[in-house]
Design a protein around this ligand. Structure first.
Ligand code: 6OG
Length: 159
């Protein structure tokens, strides 16, 4: 199964979150954290930082690993991925670059209380509120080949 990353950047004491509106490819027209596939022999944290910069324009120096989520698809094994989840805080770290819209993604700050769950993957409303409250997230979710959530839940063995 391929290894992927997702990183969520917060600011203003975690009252605001940066989300990216994907403009093409997998998850088009959905908001998500920033991330993608592990390449070559980079570490998973290197992947997370590289993908964050590619999609947002920001080069973060600090990220914290807070969990693992497996996304499993019916009849679409090539989409299955095991995703390392990271968080980062905009304040009190050195950040290079500036927020930029790219061909792939449009980054937008949201108030945490206004997260657009209806325009996100269905699983996000289950675990993202817990992550925001400071919890670790270890989950496995099953989807049909249209990306509809079938079932899923917590997985302790990832810890
Ligand atoms: P590429 O294969 O396009 O990376 N991803 C999901 N994110 C959320 N929130 N929910 C899902 O449920 C997801 N399935 C995949 C992981 C794919 C990116 O999309 C994320 C990767 O960051 C269906 O390079």
């Amino acid at each position: 199964m391929k290894l992927t990353t997702l990183c969520y950047l917060f600011r203003n004491e975690r009252k605001e979150i940066l989300l990216g509106l994907k403009k093409r490819g997998f998850g088009k027209n959905k908001y998500n954290g920033f991330g993608g596939k592990k390449e070559g022999n980079e570490t998973i944290e290197e992947t997370a930082k590289r993908e964050f910069e590619e999609e947002s324009g920001l080069k973060l120096s600090k990220m914290k690993r807070v969990g693992t989520i497996e996304f499993i698809y019916e009849n679409k094994e090539e989409w299955d991925n095991k995703c390392a989840i990271f968080v980062s805080d905009f304040d009190n770290q050195e950040i290079k670059g500036s927020i930029q819209e790219t061909e792939e993604c449009n980054p937008i700050w949201f108030q945490v209380r206004d997260i657009p769950y209806s325009q996100m993957w269905e699983d996000d409303s289950i675990w993202l509120p817990l992550l925001i409250q400071g919890n670790d997230v270890f989950y496995r979710f099953f989807f049909d080949s249209n990306g509809k959530l079938l079932n899923g839940g917590k997985v302790d063995e990832f810890k």
